[in-house]
Ligand binder design. Structure first.
Ligand code: ADP
Ligand code: G6P
Length: 494
């Protein structure tokens, strides 16, 4: 991989790629890797390029307390991110709670995933969102001011804002930096879907969000549909002049580029892990794998019910197949997530109670985070991966599974058409998660698919993901920004 020149890439995201936890014995802070698509994709690029990362460390640091260095045994994507490249942003707990749990997780997450019935609208949490975005902006301007001569001599710095937590930061950064005559480029990438106009218009402060995102030079989304939704909203809500064919929006005397930039994974790293990881479960059962944050957008309840239907409709699989569901605890302070946890516990119990025999249980359910190596082994050793979200910006799990299919004959990927991944992984079995009977039939088809068909499908899937990996995504983003920050000078995309 080519590396961005030192220090000129500034990543700004709500979450740093790790949270801090206090070691009970030593009373010292330690890093714990965060799960989620954003961190998995961006962390390796920042580490390799020696960029800066501005974000929340998950805790309040007292004066004088510092971010610790990473553990030498760390195998997560953030290993090697030096503490002097990390700029923590801190807030009083009440403001942060109202911004993160209230506005980001309580409003934007459900709304942008087209689940408006789950969204709450509150003026107070919107106020906190505005305040927190201002604070992120001020840290970013501080970081730009502190860049060394060496950093700025070799090219224009790039500030890259990430995700729905920071949709208002751009204009504050632009205004403050203009006053100080700082030169930089400003890009934004949304890691979740951008909803259609009819959903987006429900948000009472929709104008501010659009204006905030248009404060950037370029705005990236995973797929073209999300770009077109955004362009549509800019035209209908703000009355902007737009060019749908070239994906341009005019606003405030500037032309903002909108680009579909589907994210990828560190493909070769997953292959390597799959080659080296020891077996985690030795079983003669055919494993159907699910790996997700415990989130209502991921279609976990639908998946369990479809699996139950499989056992009902195709009893020949009883005793021979097991669903291995790994669910990382996520946003546990939000009621919707607590309710989902309850529902999952009950459903797993009910289905296992119904079908378990002395020698076999249909569902193995891990509520927790597993290491990257174990994850690679699970991916490698499963017969089928069910990636069936009700809505998902992209979904990296589908790609990680494919990368780890190094065995012959390989497994089968089932993917939802409502995930960005479903838009482009055409050789997977496409499954509407709401159609439970159809989902059970598709699962049966996957479990009984002939070897040559599995190989053909997987070969195509792997080839695409290997080429369109995270490095390719990064390069596409930089090229779309017009920012030449790669050292080896090779042109980026064909
Ligand atoms: P999201 O961004 O909504 O969490 P993605 O599928 O795009 O969904 O990304 C999830 C990331 O988190 C993947 O890189 C995946 O490997 C990681 N992950 C998900 N579940 C677990 C788990 N139980 N243990 C460890 N990592 C996980
Ligand atoms: C998704 C979002 C990320 C977020 C991650 C984990 O991937 O796009 O921005 O970091 O979920 O969610 P959390 O709320 O724990 O940061």
């Amino acid at each position: 991989m080519t590396a961005p020149a030192s220090g000129k890439l500034i990543i700004v995201s709500n979450r740093l790629p790790f949270v801090l936890k206090k070691n009970e014995q030593t009373q010292k802070w330690e890093r714990k890797a965060s799960a989620g698509g954003l961190v998995t994709a961006v962390a390796p690029v920042v580490v390799q390029g020696n960029g800066l990362w501005i974000g929340w460390a998950g805790v309040h640091l007292e004066d004088g307390e510092k971010i610790p260095e990473s553990d030498p045994n760390d195998t997560t994507p953030t290993a090697g991110l030096r503490s002097d490249r990390v700029i923590p942003v801190d807030f009083d707990p009440q403001t942060f709670d109202s911004y993160y749990n209230g506005c980001c997780n309580g409003t934007f997450w459900p709304l942008f995933h087209s689940m408006p019935d789950r969204a709450q609208f509150s003026a107070d949490s919107w106020k906190s969102y505005c305040a927190v975005n201002k604070e992120f902006a001020s840290k970013t301007v501080g970081a730009l001011e502190n860049l060394s001569r060496e950093d700025t001599d070799s090219g224009t710095p790039l500030v890259w804002l990430h995700d729905y937590h920071l949709m208002l930061a751009a204009n504050s950064i632009r205004n403050a930096a203009d006053e100080k005559n700082l030169k930089f480029k400003l890009g934004f990438f949304l890691h979740i879907p951008f909803p259609p106009w009819d959903i987006f218009r429900l948000f009472p402060w929709a104008d501010e969000i659009l204006q905030g995102m248009l404060g950037c030079d370029m705005v990236g989304f995973h797929i073209e549909d999300y770009c077109l939704n955004f362009v549509d909203c800019c035209q209908r809500r703000l009355g902007c002049r737009v060019d749908r064919k070239n994906l341009l929006v005019e606003h405030g005397g500037r032309t903002v580029r909108i680009r579909p930039l589907p994210i990828g994974i560190p493909f070769d790293r997953f292959v390597e892990m799959a080659e080296q990881a020891p077996t985690v479960i030795s079983t003669s059962l055919q494993l159907v794998l699910g790996v997700d944050r415990l989130d209502y957008t991921k279609g976990l309840v639908h998946r369990l019910k479809a699996f139950e239907l499989l056992l009902e409709r195709y009893p020949q699989h009883r005793g021979k197949v097991a669903l291995m569901q790994i669910a990382v605890p996520s946003r546990t302070d939000v009621k919707e997530y607590q309710d989902l946890k309850e529902e999952m516990d009950q459903l797993v119990g009910r289905i296992n109670g119904r079908f378990t025999t002395p020698n076999w249980s249909p569902i193995r359910y891990i509520y927790g985070c597993v290491s990257q190596n174990d994850l690679a082994a699970f991916y490698r050793d499963s017969a089928v991966a069910m990636v069936t979200p009700l809505r998902d910006g992209m979904n990296l799990v589908a790609k990680e599974f494919v990368a780890c299919q190094i065995k012959e004959p390989p497994g089968v990927l089932i993917v939802s058409p409502f995930a960005g991944a479903g838009e482009m992984m055409h050789e997977a079995l496409i499954c509407n998660p709401y159609e439970l009977v159809e989902a059970a039939d598709i699962l049966h088809r996957a479990l009984t698919m002939p070897e040559d068909e599995r190989m053909l499908r997987m070969r195509c899937l792997r080839r695409r993901e290997k080429i369109h990996d995270v490095d390719y995504w990064m390069r596409s983003f930089l090229k779309a920004m017009g920012t030449l920050i790669f050292e080896d000078g090779d042109d980026v995309l064909p």
